[in-house]
Design a protein around this ligand. Structure first.
Ligand code: GLN
Ligand code: ZN
Length: 764
C-alpha cells in the first residue's frame, strides 16, 4: 500500500486561536495553563484532521508556540547566556518563558534581554529564530516538550511520525557569534544530542522520524556536503527509521549525496523539481522509501488529481510499497481551511485547496494509485478535473485584451526615452531642488483613528463619502505637517492604505481576497496574502485622486506612491498555470497606466517601491540572473511610460546590495532610497564600486525604534556617504515608511533630519 503523510501542518488554528492565546498570555490576560490548554487542543484537532482524512501517520513535532527552529534550539540546550537559563538547562527543562524571551526579548516571567535575530526561512515568508552559536559551545538534551507531545498523540491512539529540523540544517540556519570559528566544529556534539533524542523517541515506540534537511536544495560548500555523510552515518545507529526530508527545490549537485545517506527514507519536492524525480529513483537504495511531495505545499491551488495519478502510475510500479505520498513541504506555508471562506464565489473556491483540503488530495492519490479508490475519491477526482477545466477556459483567468497587450510589448517599452544624464537635466530644470533634497518613504503614522475609520467603513457603519472625507482630512494634516517641517518633497502619507499590496490588489482585476487565509509569518504574526487567479488589469486609476488632492495642498512637488510589480507578485499567492514572470508583466502593465495617469494629473515625482525584489531571489545562485532579468524588466515596464522630466524613485529596505548591484543599477530609477542607517553607510561602498550613476537617498535614521535621531549624528552619517557618492546625487530621508511610528516621534525626528540637510548645504 502507498503510505500517505504530511511534513507538517499549520499550527495557528483555522481562526488564529494560537495567535490570540499567545498574545493574551504575553499581556497577562491568560495564565500558562490556559495557553498550554490551547496548544494541546490545537494539536489534538490537527492530528484528528490528519487521521480522519485517512493519512497513515500523524505528524508530531511540527507544533510550536513560536517557532519550530527555536524549539530545536531549546531541545539541544542552545540557549544564549544572557537569558540566564542555567538552572533550567541543568534540570533539562528549558521553560516556555525562556523560549519566548529568546524570541521577543521578554516574557511574563524572567528578566528581559535582547531577543535573538529572526530571518526568513529559505525562500518563504516564514521567519525563524536564528540559532546563536559559539566556539566550543556545549549541547545537551534540554527540553521534554517533543517527548510529551509524542505521549499525547500516542494516548489519543494515533500512529506517530515525528518531524524535526535535521542537525545540518539547524546548524546551517545558525550564525556564529563572538570569536570567528567554523560552526561545523560543533556538529559532532549536536549529533550526539540528536542521537539521544532518537533513542528516547525509539523507547517511546516511535518507528519513523523525519529530519528536515532543506539545506540540501542550496549550494553547499564541500565541507558541508561531507558533514552530511558523517552526521548521518552516526545517526543511523538509532533504533528507528529516519527519513531525510528535502524541499523548496531540487537537489541538483547534492542529489547523489542525498540518495547515498544511510537512511531508511528520503523525501523530495516533486512540485518544484519535477525533472529530478527519475534521477532520484535511479539512485535510490533497494530498500529505501521515497516520499514524493506531489501536492504543492507552497501554494493554494487545487491539485490536478487525474494528471498526478497518471504521472505517478509508473513510479508506483517501480517502487511498489516503497512509495510514500505527501505535499511538497510542510503545510505551514498555506492557510488552514478553505471551508471557512464563505465570501469567495463558488467557482473560485472550487479552484483552491488549503491545508485541510490538501490532506484529502494526498490520501485520494494514494488510494487511486493502489486501485482502492473509494466513491469519495472518484468524486474528488471528477470535481478536480471539472474545476481545472473550468479554470483553464474561464474568461476570468484568460482575458484576451490583457494577453493581446502583453504580446504587443516592445523592447523599447521597458526603457525610458532618454539616458539618465539627459533626464537628470530635464528634472533639474523642472523641479529646481536644493542640494540634499529631503523626503520621506511614503507612509505617515497609521493612527488608531485611521484604523477605526477603516474598520467602520468595512463594517458599513461609516459611508463612503464620510470615510473619504476622513482620509482627506488626514492627508491634509500630514501635508501641513510636512510643509511646517520644510521637507522638500512631500508625500500624501498613505492614510487610505490598509497594506501596501492589499490596497492595489483590491483595485486590480484578477485578484481575490480571503477572509481567513492567514499564514504564519513569525510568532503570533500572520499575513493574509491576496490570491492572483486571473489575468491582471486595472479597471480604473487606483491612487490618482489622492495624489491629485494632496498636490492641491502644496506648491512643492507631491511624490506619488506605488507598490512595484515584483513586490505585489512576491507577497501574493501566484497562479501556477503560467510562468510567474508573465503574471508579473501583467501587473507591471497595470502599474504603467497608473504611473502615466499620475503624470497626466500633474504629479512630477513617482515612487515605485520594490522592497521584495531581493526576497524573490531563487535558492540557487545559478538561477539568480534569470530571475533578476525579468524582475528588472517588469519594474522598468511599469516605470518607463513617462517623459524625461518626470522623476521615478524606487525604495528598498534591506542592506545587502553587493551581489545584486548590477540589477539595482539596471532598474535605472532616477532616485533610489535604501535602508542604510544601521549599517553605518557601509553598504554605499557597493554603489561606489559599481560607479552607480543615478541619485541615492541613503536612509539617515532607523525608523524601527522610537528614538529621536540627533542632527549631528545624521550629518556625520551623510559625511560618510559623501566619501562615496558626490553631493549632487545624494538625498536625505529616513530608512523606511513611518506608518508604525507616532506623530510625537516623527515630528522631532524629521525636524532634525531637515536641520541636518541644512547643515550640509552650508558645507557643500
Ligand atoms: N511606501 C511604503 C511606506 O512608506 C514603503 C514600505 C516598505 O518599504 N515596506 O510605508
Ligand atoms: Zn522600506
Amino acid at each position: 500500500m502507498t503510505v500517505s503523510h504530511i511534513l507538517g501542518y499549520p499550527r495557528i488554528g483555522a481562526q488564529r486561536e494560537l495567535k490570540k492565546a499567545t498574545e493574551a498570555y504575553w499581556k497577562g490576560d491568560q495564565d500558562r495553563e490556559a495557553l498550554e490548554y490551547v496548544g494541546r487542543d490545537l494539536r489534538a484537532r490537527h492530528w484528528a484532521a490528519q487521521r480522519h482524512a485517512g493519512l497513515d501517520w500523524v505528524s508530531v513535532g511540527d507544533f510550536a508556540f513560536y517557532d519550530q527552529v527555536l524549539n530545536v534550539s531549546a531541545l539541544l540546550g542552545a540557549v544564549p547566556e544572557r537569558f540566564a537559563a542555567q538552572q533550567e538547562l541543568a534540570a533539562g527543562d528549558v521553560s516556555l518563558d525562556t523560549t519566548f524571551r529568546m524570541a521577543r526579548g521578554r516574557a511574563p516571567s524572567g528578566t528581559p534581554a535582547a531577543a535573538c535575530e529572526m530571518t526568513k526561512y529559505f525562500d518563504t515568508n516564514y521567519h525563524y529564530l536564528v540559532p546563536e552559536l559559539h566556539e566550543h559551545q556545549r549541547f545537551q538534551l534540554a527540553s521534554t516538550r517533543l517527548f510529551d507531545e509524542v505521549d499525547e498523540a500516542h494516548q489519543a491512539g494515533h500512529s506517530v511520525k515525528v518531524t524535526l529540523t535535521g542537525p545540518l540544517t539547524w546548524l546551517w540556519l545558525g550564525k556564529e557569534k563572538g570569536q570567528a570559528f567554523d560552526r561545523l566544529t560543533l556538529l559532532e556534539e549536536v549529533v550526539e544530542v540528536y542521537g539521544e533524542v532518537l533513542n528516547r523517541l525509539a523507547a517511546q515506540g516511535v518507528e519513523w522520524v523525519q529530519l528536515d534537511e532543506p539545506a540540501l536544495v542550496q549550494d553547499l560548500p564541500l565541507a558541508w556536503q561531507q558533514a552530511y555523510e558523517r552526521a548521518y552515518h552516526r545517526l543511523q545507529a538509532a533504533p528507528l527509521k529516519l527519513m531525510v526530508a528535502t524541499y523548496f527545490g531540487g537537489l541538483g549537485d547534492n542529489l547523489s549525496l542525498a540518495t547515498r545517506l544511510p537512511v531508511a527514507g528520503l523525501h523530495v519536492d516533486a512540485v518544484r523539481a519535477a525533472d529530478e524525480l527519475t534521477h532520484v529513483i535511479d539512485r535510490l537504495g533497494p530498500h529505501q522509501v521515497l516520499s514524493v511531495g506531489l501536492v504543492d505545499g507552497r501554494n493554494i491551488w487545487r491539485a490536478d488529481l487525474a494528471a498526478l495519478w497518471e504521472r505517478f502510475m509508473s513510479v508506483k510500479v517501480r517502487l511498489g510499497n516503497r512509495l510514500w505520498l505527501a505535499p511538497s513541504c510542510s503545510l505551514l506555508h498555506v492557510p488552514v481551511d478553505l471551508a471557512l471562506e464563505s465570501d469567495l464565489d463558488n467557482q473560485l473556491k472550487s479552484w483552491l485547496a488549503f491545508a485541510r483540503q490538501k490532506l484529502d488530495e494526498v490520501v485520494s492519490l494514494s488510494r487511486l494509485l493502489d486501485n482502492r479508490a473509494t466513491a469519495e475519491d472518484e468524486t474528488r477526482l471528477d470535481a478536480a478535473t471539472r474545476a481545472l477545466d473550468e479554470r483553464r477556459d474561464s474568461e476570468r483567468t484568460c482575458r484576451k485584451t490583457v494577453r493581446a497587450r502583453l504580446a504587443a510589448i516592445q523592447l523599447a517599452d521597458s526603457a525610458r526615452s532618454s539616458a539618465y544624464a539627459q533626464r537628470a537635466l530635464a528634472q533639474r530644470r523642472k523641479l529646481d531642488l536644493p542640494l540634499f533634497p529631503t523626503t520621506t518613504i511614503g507612509s505617515f503614522p497609521q493612527t488608531q483613528d485611521i484604523r477605526a475609520a477603516r474598520r467602520a467603513f468595512k463594517a458599513k457603519t461609516l459611508g463612503r463619502e464620510a470615510y473619504e472625507a476622513r482620509m482627506r482630512e488626514e492627508i491634509a494634516y500630514s501635508v501641513a505637517r510636512q510643509e511646517a517641517l520644510e521637507l522638500d518633497i512631500p508625500v500624501h502619507g498613505e492614510a487610505e492604505r490598509n497594506d501596501m499590496v492589499e490596497y492595489f490588489g483590491e483595485r486590480l482585476e484578477g485578484f481575490a481576497f480571503t477572509r481567513f487565509g492567514w499564514v504564519q509569518s513569525y510568532g503570533s504574526r500572520c499575513v493574509k496574502p491576496p490570491v492572483i487567479y486571473g489575468d491582471v488589469s486595472r479597471p480604473a486609476p487606483m491612487t490618482v485622486r489622492w495624489s491629485e488632492y494632496a498636490q492641491t495642498l502644496t506648491d512643492k512637488p507631491m511624490k506619488g506612491m506605488l507598490t512595484g510589480p515584483v513586490t505585489i507578485l512576491h507577497w501574493s499567492f501566484v497562479r501556477d498555470d503560467q510562468p510567474r514572470e508573465t503574471t508579473c508583466r501583467q501587473i507591471a502593465l497595470a502599474l504603467r497606466d497608473e504611473v502615466v495617469d499620475l503624470e497626466r494629473a500633474g504629479i512630477s515625482i513617482i515612487q515605485i517601491d520594490e522592497p521584495a525584489l531581493r526576497e524573490g531571489l531563487p535558492l540557487r545562485q545559478g538561477q539568480w540572473q534569470a530571475y533578476l532579468n525579468w524582475a528588472v524588466e517588469c519594474f522598468k515596464l511599469s516605470a518607463s511610460g513617462v517623459r524625461d522630466e518626470t522623476q521615478i524613485h524606487t525604495h528598498m529596505c534591506y542592506s545587502e546590495f553587493n551581489d545584486i548591484i548590477g540589477a539595482i543599477a539596471a532598474l535605472d530609477a532616477d532616485v533610489i532610497t535604501i535602508e542604510t542607517s544601521r549599517s553605518d553607510m557601509e553598504l554605499l561602498a557597493a554603489f561606489q564600486d559599481f560607479a552607480y550613476p543615478n541619485e541615492i537617498g541613503p536612509g539617515v535614521y532607523d525608523i524601527h525604534t522610537p528614538n529621536i535621531p540627533e542632527v549631528a549624528w545624521m550629518v556625520q552619517l551623510m559625511e560618510k556617504a559623501l566619501e562615496k557618492i558626490p553631493a549632487e546625487r545624494l538625498w536625505v530621508n529616513p530608512d523606511c515608511g513611518l506608518k508604525t511610528r507616532h506623530w510625537e516621534e516623527v515630528e522631532p525626528a524629521l525636524a532634525n533630519m531637515v536641520e541636518a540637510a541644512k547643515v550640509l548645504r552650508k558645507r557643500y
